[in-house]
Design a protein around this ligand. Sequence first.
Ligand SMILES: [Zn+2]
Length: 324
Amino acid sequence: MKRREFIALSAAAAAASAQAWRTASAEADAASSAQEIRPMDYPIIDTHVHFWDPDHLRYAWLDGSELLNRPYLPEDYTEAIGEVQVGGIVFVQAECRRDQAVDEAKWVAELCQRDPRIQATVAWAPLELGEGVRPTLDALAAIGNVHGIRRLLQAEPEPEFMLTDAFVEGTRLLPEYGMTFDFGVNRFQLEACAQLAAKCPEVRFILDHIGVPDIAGKQMEPWRTHLRALAALPNVYCKMSGVATAADRASWTRADVQPYMETVIEAFGFDRLAFGSDWPVMLLATKIPRWFGVVREVVASCSEAERRKLFVDTAVDFYRLPPA
Ligand SMILES: [Zn+2]
């Protein structure tokens, strides 16, 4: 079976075709080492970028990090991408103090004025308030650039936090505001993600960082089983981002991360998979040019249309960005 045909299969049929994908990727390995990967002839979209200025807003989680506890701004990103051409950026909220969430989105709107690459903001909102989240969603919608909400649910003390009636009620309001939902979760929460997504069929969800599998510990299960169950829901998308951070940060290689990336491609297909960097958090493990190069290598034998979905089209579709 050709990889192109394989990718065209639905998520439901994908599990049965796992062997075909593995065969195809073994061929791709041989192909990509034998032939140089051609440069991209269009700019890509990075669906997961953070900017922050600790002098402007309060980010308690940065306190312990020598690497990250400084301003990271669009000009730093420009330097960080090197030769990689980026045409669009999705800003994702960076866990400032919760009462500053609307201020954060306003600050990013100011950044957009001087850097039109920033095409959408994914902000923070207290969805656990149910209908009570409306004032925040109204304030965010008024800013004009907010296309989604993210919650870092891995930080919540209760694993079932996202399944409370009020959280479900708040999440169900998002389509009314034209907003999506980013799952900031770890591998232990994928079953809860699937339950929330099933309760909210009108909401479009995207899984950040492929659900953070234990790549460093070389564990595939139960992450793979739960990821496939999540991908079986048609309203759930996935970001090919943050992967190196889940591997051995000092010594990871493409061979370490590729099986996890292939599992994600197989489960979601390119219609529901979008490239992202997670800069600057990714700097704990890698840099943008290297991560971009690894993704390019993993999809080297896919069709040009498939690659374009991964690097551009799925992001435009999911976050309602201007046509690329
Ligand atoms: Zn991040």
